[in-house]
Design a protein around this ligand. Structure first.
Ligand SMILES: C[S@@+](CC[C@H](N)C(=O)[O-])C[C@H]1O[C@@H](n2cnc3c(N)ncnc32)[C@H](O)[C@@H]1O
Length: 269
């Protein structure tokens, strides 16, 4: 599911690509598509002075998966009642509040521990005894970090989330160890990660089911924010929903905000 992409493109091409990307982002606005997201990521791959692990083309070939007539009808039905502009604006404005309420309701019970990360992201394992630094963005209550601690991964962990309740729950975990981890509250679409973490100091950044919770119009800001804390040679690990996967097809009318952007019943996206 992942492939390693090494920085190898000439600087001039990078600058040209970046300017085209900016233009596209501005033009498409709210209707930015997953294609543009993929393109932006690939642009970042060649722009960062780093090695980035990104989703391979395979994951994007979902669009070529033959949808059944029922799937197509379901997707079309979603357009019969879109989330109106006012509500979409409120969802954006209340994104933090809605996630915080989510953690008030569910506490640590909702997400399962991510025990697959070292299997799917072999890069987490590392090749030296030297302690590396990992930043988990949108850490929730620690379902990615604590399994890595259990597995004995030699990282100093930074973990951030914009939900204050999630950060509190993260810190209440029995394995929370302030000597080797730091959890803090921040909105990565608005605040600088460098307010909490030294620039160019992080070896691995993880974003697991986080970009799907963020409006695509803000991806560029988020990825720039990530870039600022990433070491040269650092890596970014992503996992998220796929285009036309079951989670997308199952949404009923009244949940679609824009192309490939949906709200759940509780207002989270
Ligand atoms: C689907 S959960 C995933 C949690 C965790 N990564 C995991 O794999 O279990 C998405 C998380 O992203 C956080 N999040 C969403 N938007 C964010 C933002 N702009 N800044 C920081 N965290 C954000 C939410 O509060 C939530 O905890």
């Amino acid at each position: 599911m992942v492939k390693e992409v090494r920085t190898s493109i000439a600087q001039q091409v990078t600058v040209w690509c970046l300017s085209v990307c900016f233009h596209s982002l501005l033009t498409y606005g709210y209707h930015i598509t997953l294609d543009i997201f993929k393109w932006s990521l690939n642009l970042l791959l060649v722009t960062f002075p780093s090695k980035i692990i990104a989703m391979s083309d395979e994951i994007f070939t979902d669009r070529h998966v033959r949808l059944t007539a029922h799937d197509v009808a379901q997707l079309e039905k979603q357009n019969s009642r879109l989330v109106d502009g006012f509500k979409a604006e409120m969802l954006e404005r209340n994104a933090q509040k809605n996630w915080d309420l989510f953690y008030k309701r569910n506490e640590t019970r909702f997400f399962k521990d991510r025990h697959w990360t070292t299997r799917e992201f072999a890069e987490l394992i590392g090749h030296t005894d030297e302690r590396r630094t990992l930043l988990e963005i949108g850490c929730g209550v620690g379902n990615l970090v604590y399994p890595l601690v259990e597995e004995g991964m030699n990282f100093y962990f930074y973990a951030c989330d914009f939900s204050p309740r999630a950060v509190t729950l993260f810190k209440e975990h029995p394995s929370y160890d302030p000597d080797r981890m730091c959890a803090f509250q921040t909105d990565v679409t608005k605040e600088e990660l460098t307010d909490h973490i030294k620039a160019n100091s992080v070896d691995v950044v993880t974003l697991v089911f986080v970009l799907s919770a963020i409006h695509p119009e803000k991806f560029e800001t988020v990825l720039r924010n990530v870039k600022n804390v990433l070491k040269p040679g650092g890596i970014v690990l992503l996992r998220d929903y796929g285009l036309n996967d079951m989670a997308q097809i199952r949404f009923k009318p009244g949940h679609k905000i824009a192309e490939n952007l949906y709200m759940r019943q509780d207002g989270t996206r």
